[in-house]
Structure formats: structure tokens, C-alpha cells
Design a protein around this ligand. Structure first.
Ligand code: SF4
Length: 114
């Protein structure tokens, strides 16, 4: 089973719109639905915090402390499809930064649930 980490938008998560890590990302990973090609273990759930500077080192720290290198890192759907979008970066830019730093493939999105 694949090991994956999720990076969610902390601004959205904290705004109380029924978002993480309540169930959507976790269900999609568990069921192998949405952006997950197969059932996957979520080994880290990282919360980005505005303005996003800390998210890259936080991803690195999660990997170091958990001693698990994920097979892929997913940007949560609330981050990847945010409307209005993040005022500080784009999902594409964030994905590229995480990939460059970790060498791990970053996938945009997690689930298609509403
Ligand atoms: S920097 Fe952008 S992605 Fe990160 S928490 Fe803030 S709004 Fe969300």
C-alpha cells in the first residue's frame, strides 16, 4: 500500500467550512478514490499556514520525525482548487517547491467529494 502525505490549506481548515482533516482526504485515501490511484496510508497531514513560508520545512520535519518517506505528497483539494485562491502562492508553485525540496512527486488534489 502506498504511503502518502497530505498538505492542506490551514486558512481554509481553520475557517470551519467542514474541512480537514475531518474526513474527505482521509476517506479518499482509504478507499483509493478521487486523486488516489489505490488505497493509501496517510502517514502525515501537514497544515500550511499563511503566508506559507513554513510549509516546506514542516513537510521536511514530518518526514524526518516520522522516519517515513512518503511515496507521494498530495495537495488537498481545498488547497489545489481554492476559490478564492491563495493570495501568496499558486498550487503549481507550491507543488514545485515541495518537489524540489523533497524529491517526492506532488499530486494536485485529494478527493472529489462535496
Ligand atoms: S499560504 Fe495559501 S495555501 Fe497556505 S494556508 Fe495561507 S491561503 Fe492556504
Amino acid at each position: 500500500m502506498k504511503k502518502i502525505a497530505v498538505v492542506g490549506c490551514g486558512s481554509y481548515m481553520d475557517s470551519g467550512y467542514g474541512c480537514p482533516g475531518e474526513w474527505r482526504c482521509l476517506k479518499a485515501a482509504a478507499m483509493g478514490e478521487g486523486k488516489f490511484e489505490e488505497q493509501s496510508n496517510v502517514i502525515a497531514f501537514i497544515q500550511c499556514e499563511c503566508p506559507g513560508r513554513s510549509v516546506i520545512p514542516t513537510v521536511g520535519m514530518a518526514m524526518k520525525l516520522s522516519e517515513i518517506k512518503p511515496d507521494a505528497i498530495h495537495l488537498s483539494s481545498c488547497l489545489a482548487n481554492a476559490k478564492p485562491g491563495c493570495p501568496y502562492t499558486t498550487p503549481e508553485e507550491l507543488a514545485k517547491m515541495i518537489e524540489t525540496k523533497t524529491g517526492i512527486k506532488v499530486i494536485s488534489g485529494t478527493h472529489d467529494y462535496h
